[in-house]
Design a protein around this ligand. Sequence first.
Ligand SMILES: Cc1cc2nc3c(=O)[nH]c(=O)nc-3n(C[C@H](O)[C@H](O)[C@H](O)COP(=O)(O)OP(=O)(O)OC[C@H]3O[C@@H](n4cnc5c(N)ncnc54)[C@H](O)[C@@H]3O)c2cc1C
Length: 449
Amino acid sequence: MSAADDTSAPSRILVVGAGLAGARTVLELRRQGHTGWIGLIGAEDVPPYDRPPLSKHLFDRPAPAWLADELAADALTAADDVLLGVRATGLRVDADGVRVSVAAAGDRPGALPDLPTEIAADAVVVATGSTPMNPWPAARVLHTAADAESLRHAVADARRLVIVGAGWIGAELATVAAAALPDRLEVTVLEALAGPLPVLGAVGELTRDWWQRAGIDLRTGVRVATVDDGGVTLADGERIDADLVLAAVGARPATDWLDGALPRDPDGAVRVDEWGAPLVDPLDGPVTHSTDSTDSTDSTGAPLPARSRVRLVGDVTRRRSARHGWVSGGHWDAALRAPAAVVAGLLGEAAAEDPAPYVFSTQFGHELALYGHPGHGDEVVLRGDPDDASGWAALWFAPDSDRLTAVFTVDRPRDVAAARRLFAAEQLPELDRVAAADPAVQLRSALRA
Ligand SMILES: Cc1cc2nc3c(=O)[nH]c(=O)nc-3n(C[C@H](O)[C@H](O)[C@H](O)COP(=O)(O)OP(=O)(O)OC[C@H]3O[C@@H](n4cnc5c(N)ncnc54)[C@H](O)[C@@H]3O)c2cc1C
């Protein structure tokens, strides 16, 4: 059944958040045949752009990478009404439709005199992404094109840069700062956990040499207590002077505006099924019967009218995955791909993809990729030698089993492609561990029949 044939499909659809997931949702709606009204509102007052280049190309690509160029299609043209520089401040859902209250974003309350206070629609897709965490007002963050612009200028004047956090973004920023300004910028990175890229556990430790070779003072197991204009004070009282302090300590889903409308996890994420439908009905409470991931009927429309009017996509979600359990947002690839299933569910189609969590990164001259979900207690098998210039990988296996839960690759594009295929099946793949540990053996050849 196509959307055009389905009389129960919503006619007016409002997409809130004009980042990657929001832009892709608008384009998917048109691609999947929605001919009704589409509205798009976004808090930033610029067209949608891509975030990964902000850190990777902070100094060599000053203009934003516009998504209209990257996606070869313009969501602003595909939508009927676009409001940029406008923030959603609340959501009300009832059996007849949704109402989103809106206000001018930032400190420009009079900037949009004709702005209505509320926008009504038959359904809403929430794609408001995430907000960087920053416990220290004197520290900067890098999340938006505007942050990148001001950070570029601030780094140009700095002699001592402290980055708090040695995760993906902290590592990328340390890489570009140390490479662009090697003779005059001292870069110190402070990480509270035991090693760099802590999401990788002990495997992150295998990247420590890269930091040292780049001339970065990486200090792990240190806790920042306060930040002021002159630097950082650690919890043990030690002082580290800096002209510029950048917090790269993670992000949380930007869902405060949904308070009272949808239940959220403590970190702000909203739990959704494979189609981006919330697992708690905004009117009726928990959707207990939908926790069976094979049950799709309730997320395709009729039985739960209020819930069927709300979808969430991208960094705001914690998505149920048959293979990986609960998958948190924060993945560019998910924001790119999930809108296809979300739109299909909204328009009455049942097909859903279950993309594996996938993060990519460029650090210290290396191309990194993480597929899947390293679990606590998983056993790690190395594939190749981390000192080998031709690259290496780490494989995580569920305890006492040959079930592969995650793959991390360094400069091994063929393993990235293989991991994508391995995690496309319904179940986690089972590999012969000995064969998989040999970098000369193709990963897919290690698959047990
Ligand atoms: C510097 C940086 C580098 C990154 N690099 C990588 C990488 O290498 N690999 C990777 O996998 N991921 C990376 N990510 C993460 C990736 O960019 C995100 O997962 C992705 O952008 C999520 O898309 P989204 O559309 O859900 O959210 P966003 O891109 O955050 O877009 C959400 C939009 O909604 C707007 N908004 C928020 N609240 C409201 C509101 N109340 N009303 C209206 N609009 C609102 C926001 O202003 C924003 O424009 C990076 C992120 C950053 C910041």
